[in-house]
Write a protein that binds this ligand. Structure first.
Ligand code: NAD
Ligand code: UFG
Length: 337
């Protein structure tokens, strides 16, 4: 299939583009580079032996997207393009609603005009309401607590409404848990701008000496070691989940939702320890108060994705840390400009 990948130069999309190529699909990447760099294309090309088409533009530009869908005879779309920083979404909600909601509406309009019926959407575990028993199942209670999370929940609702009104479309929302790690080659990985918000990229920058020490946000949670627990999933497992979702969803009308996680929770200190083993040194950290808005624990029940998509995550925390370290140590400043 010819697959339009919005936000195609980003962290998860670039690994997914590679997985699509390995599966024999043809990804066409679209990005405005608000949070990525064109250099990632060289890395995909070196690994895949072929260079995907990259269209520079904005997913909110419906006419541009429609032209891309027609010109490249697109069969299906994977919609990654979004802003994703929770704290920034609280400070700049309009930017988030504009990019994430308006972007999706413009894309859906372009797909309708061009007759493209299959969409896979990047949703998030953040759509689940807090304080539910773990693991989280797809039919658990929903309720986002910040503007970023609300954009994801709103888009899921929009997709369900459109699919209910038009029985010819196939929309799949994938609720990612905590994507981490990098391609095992060490040539592709996560390249956050400025000081990372998320745990694994922060730890990686401590390991490489860019940051002095990790701040552990709280060790008084009701978890075995008191630190927050999350379901970290290797980005290559996640990428393969997208291929499975596209292969499953194409031609199957309706709206579908899947968790993409491992089903296992790891604590902050588990991650620090595993990363320390991967990089061969003890990583300095200090415990500071809890971060506002954090939950104690969050992990997936991935059984439905395994049953329906035939997909499950296979890579361990040790592999996630080793691959993240290979990427970080070979590219301490991320991708070149
Ligand atoms: P990322 O920032 O690396 O990728 C997003 C890409 O979209 C970037 O390349 C950015 O330049 C592009 N983009 C943003 N707005 C655009 C627009 N209007 N037009 C064209 N391109 C645009 O982020 P990521 O971690 O790879 O996340 C990808 C998707 O997965 C996002 O939708 C994100 O919300 C979702 N998600 C991420 C996580 C996570 O922890 N990384 C967790 C759950 C869900
Ligand atoms: N943590 C620290 N120190 C840090 C960063 C994080 O101790 O410097 C802790 C957090 O308190 C939490 C854990 O590490 O216990 C993971 O934090 P992340 O920021 O890496 O991930 P979150 O689970 O908080 O958030 C991620 C994405 C969100 C998404 C959410 C649910 O960043 O976009 O998962 O999918 F909404």
């Amino acid at each position: 299939m010819q697959i339009l990948v919005t936000g195609g130069a980003g962290y998860i999309a670039s690994h997914t583009a590679l997985a699509l190529l390995e599966r024999g699909h043809v990804p066409v990447l679209l990005d405005n580079f608000v949070n990525s760099k064109p250099a990632v294309l060289d890395r995909i090309a070196a690994l895949a032996g072929t260079r995907p088409v990259l269209l520079r533009g904005d997913v909110r530009d419906g006419a541009f997207v429609e032209q891309a869908l027609r010109e490249h005879r697109i069969d299906a779309v994977i919609h990654f393009a979004a802003l994703k920083a929770v704290g920034e979404s609280v400070a700049k909600p309009l930017d988030y609603y504009d990019n994430n909601i308006h972007g999706t509406l413009a894309l859906l309009g372009a797909m309708r005009r061009a007759g493209v019926k299959t969409l896979v959407f990047s949703s998030s575990a953040t759509v689940y309401s807090a304080d539910q028993p773990m693991p989280l199942r797809e039919d658990g209670a929903l309720g986002a607590v910040n503007p970023y999370g609300r954009t994801k929940l709103m888009v899921e609702n929009i997709l369900a409404d459109v699919a209910a009104a038009d029985p010819s479309v196939s929309f799949t929302s994938l609720r990612y848990f905590n994507p981490v790690g990098a391609h095992p080659s060490g040539t592709m990985g996560e390249d956050p701008r400025g000081i990372p918000n998320n745990l694994m990229p922060f730890v990686a920058q401590v390991a490489v000496g860019r940051l002095p020490r990790l701040r552990v946000f709280g060790n008084d949670y009701p978890t075995p070691d008191g630190t927050g627990m999350r379901d970290y999933i290797h980005v290559c497992d996640l990428a393969e989940g997208h291929v499975a979702a596209i292969d499953h969803g194409h031609g199957k009308a309706g709206s579908h939702v899947f968790n993409l996680g491992t089903g296992t929770g790891s604590s902050v200190l588990d991650v620090v320890k595993a990363f320390g083993q991967a990089c061969g040194k003890d990583l300095p950290y200090e415990v500071v108060p809890r971060r506002a808005g954090d939950v104690a624990a969050c992990w997936a029940d991935p059984a439905y994705a395994e049953k329906v998509l035939g997909w499950r995550a296979t890579r361990t925390m040790q592999t996630m840390c080793e691959d993240a370290w290979r990427w970080q140590s070979a590219n301490p400043n991320g991708y070149p400009d």
